[in-house]
Design a protein around this ligand. Structure first.
Ligand code: BES
Ligand code: ZN
Length: 586
């Protein structure tokens, strides 16, 4: 089956990078990474090679010491294609290059933006199409390569990568770290971080890496990791990535988690002090199978990565914490999906599972749709097939497609072949190629959900004495209640919420986000200074987007949204910054 990735210059079926040897120096003063990349291809090249780059400076291209002719093509939203001539028959290539301070994947943090406040920090976030701003590459999830890397970083810092660290030593002004990724990975899973990073063991194959100031709390928060791995292995088969380590990032990290192989990157907002937010760890762990082993062929098939991973995440949670808890998460997910449908009301094509992203940056249309609609489709198939049959299907899916990248079409073909009876009752075309949510979509019940809806009925009748029941709830129940309230409340009701949920005391950001959205939409003055403080520190897009949206949509706080964004935008990672920018331009 052939396909063209609309976000890469790589032509399906042409020579691919098989291995990269990187020697890179991280220069904090100039905010650039520079060095060389030596590539080995899986076959002899044609007369011209094209690679994806973006804001990269190319200094030299050669093979076996012989310089080659190259040029950077015109810039598009995808960056600039590096075109190299005279490559016919070659198997290897060396590129000398440097990144730019505006590299979309990289964030350079001042000491004030770290927990220690003394040393700077830098990290990458390459998914979806930003790896090309760090190294020249075939920046498509359809191409996989192994790599070895040497990172030279300032002496007082250390480096980690989503790879095995094989050596660390001091050389002059530098700490020199060596890494090896022995499994072939797609470019979007290339990842590094440099800072004052230390580690603590939390399980037989896991350490937490973090700044010293947060290490102990982090190790406590994620202590369940080994049980999660064991549960996941029973569901999906062997864990092949050797290690499952966690890296707790500074608060500007734009995502909840990123499934970088062997080293998941996590937002520090997960450290709630009560282990209540560890579902994100289950999610990133699940990507070790769904995403990192079986990979979406293009970003138009993104739901294969995320829908499957949400499904896998909730199976792990069900095992560890019970079906009631997993169903509560699913109910929350359904709410997120409805919000996404509302946000896409003018562009319903982005509520399809298989999207058409020609000319569109995948990060611009990122939403809950591939996650939660994808999840619901998989649950519908599971219910049609029965758990046991579906579990057998999962096992063969992972083992048949491990280390490959597949399209939605390939998935459907395989599904119809493996579960022909079950899929007869599932309208796959409607689910995959039409916008919105099929009426048949599964719904979830759980006594935990019922308690929330019962309290809501009391609230609607005017009752405000709810702290008794709310105090017995878990975090996800509180979130469900808050996100199902009307967005605009009276100042009196805002004050009631503060009291009932003890919001002044809570540090749990999952609860704070829906609360801040309500407070912003309701112009609840008392909380605006707290919101300002939050937006100045936390860079997680999942929180920034709804809070800025609420401020922006309320005419009374629209000016404040602008003002805060202007003030804080340089503290956000480039992807989070542009996500908020788009909201404020509407
Ligand atoms: N791979 C994603 C993060 C991502 C997606 C980065 C698209 C860049 C482009 C990661 O696995 C993820 O989904 N994270 C979620 C958490 C999860 C529990 C839904 C997040 O960051 O909120
Ligand atoms: Zn994910």
């Amino acid at each position: 089956m052939t396909h063209q990735d609309p976000h890469s210059c790589w032509i399906f079926g042409s020579a691919q990078i098989a291995h990269a040897d990187l020697d890179l120096t991280v220069d904090f003063d100039r905010q650039v990474i520079h060095g060389t990349a030596d590539y080995r291809f899986d076959r002899a090249l044609d007369s011209r090679l094209r690679l994806d780059t973006r804001t990269l400076q190319i200094d030299d291209v050669s093979s076996d010491g012989r310089s080659l002719e190259w040029r950077l093509e015109d810039e598009t939203f995808l960056g600039r294609v590096l075109s190299v001539d005279g490559t016919r028959g070659l198997n290897t290539l060396r590129i000398r290059f440097a990144t730019s301070p505006s590299a979309g994947a990289l964030q350079w943090l001042t000491p004030e933006q770290t927990a220690g406040r003394k040393l700077p920090y830098m990290f990458s976030q390459c998914q979806a199409i930003l790896a090309r701003s760090v190294i020249p590459c075939q920046d498509t999830p359809a191409v996989r390569f192994t790599y070895d890397a040497v990172l030279r970083v300032p002496r007082e810092l250390t480096a980690v990568m989503a790879a095995e660290r094989t050596d660390v030593k001091q050389e002059g002004h530098h700490t020199v770290c060596r890494f090896r990724m022995r499994h072939p990975i797609p470019s979007y899973l290339f990842a590094l971080a440099v800072g004052n990073i230390v580690s603590q063991r939390i399980g037989p194959r896991s350490c937490v890496y973090a700044e010293p100031e947060v290490l102990a709390e982090a190790a406590w928060e994620f202590a369940d990791v080994q049980r999660m791995i064991e549960g996941a292995v029973e569901l999906f088969g062997a864990y092949i990535w050797d290690r499952f380590d966690l890296l707790v990032m500074p608060p500007s990290f734009p995502y909840g988690g990123m499934e970088n192989p062997t080293l998941t990157f996590l937002t520090p907002t997960l450290i709630a002090g009560d282990r209540s937010l560890v579902s994100v760890v289950a999610h990133e762990l699940a990507h070790s199978w769904t995403g990192n082993l079986v990979t979406n062929a293009t970003w138009e098939d993104f739901w294969l990565n995320e829908g499957w991973t949400v499904y896998a995440e909730r199976r792990i949670l069900e095992r560890l914490y019970g079906a009631e808890f997993a169903h509560l998460q699913a109910a929350g997910g359904r709410n997120d999906l409805l919000v996404a449908f509302k946000n896409f009301s003018d562009t319903p094509q982005y509520t399809k599972l298989k999207t058409d992203l020609g000319g569109v940056d995948p990060d611009d249309v990122f939403s809950s749709v591939p996650y939660e609609k994808g999840y619901l489709l998989l649950v519908e198939i599971e219910r049609a097939a029965g758990r046991d049959a579906f579990d057998r299907f999962i096992a063969s899916y992972i083992s048949d497609f491990g280390f490959t990248s597949i399209t939605t079409g390939q998935f459907v073909e395989y599904l119809v072949r493996q579960l022909p009876e079950a899929v007869k009752g599932v309208d796959l075309d409607l689910w995959i190629h039409q916008p919105g949510l099929p009426e048949s979509a599964p719904v979830f019940s759980s006594s935990l959900i019922d308690e929330v809806r019962a309290a809501r009925a009391r609230w609607d009748k005017g009752e405000r004495n709810l702290q008794g029941v709310v105090s017995t709830w878990n975090v996800q129940q509180k979130v469900l209640f808050l996100e199902e309230l009307p967005p605009r409340l009276t100042p009196e009701d805002c004050a009631h919420l503060e009291r009932i949920f003890e919001l002044e005391k809570t540090r749990n950001t999952e609860i704070l986000q829906p609360w801040y959205s309500i407070a912003a939409s309701s112009s609840y003055e008392r909380v605006l200074p707290t919101i300002r403080e939050f937006l100045g520190v936390v860079g997680r897009g999942k929180y920034l987007r709804p809070i800025y949206r609420a401020l922006h949509e309320n005419p009374q706080t629209r000016g404040l949204a602008r003002e805060l964004f202007e003030k804080f935008k340089n503290r956000y990672h480039p992807v989070a910054r542009s996500a908020v920018q788009r909201i404020l331009e509407k």
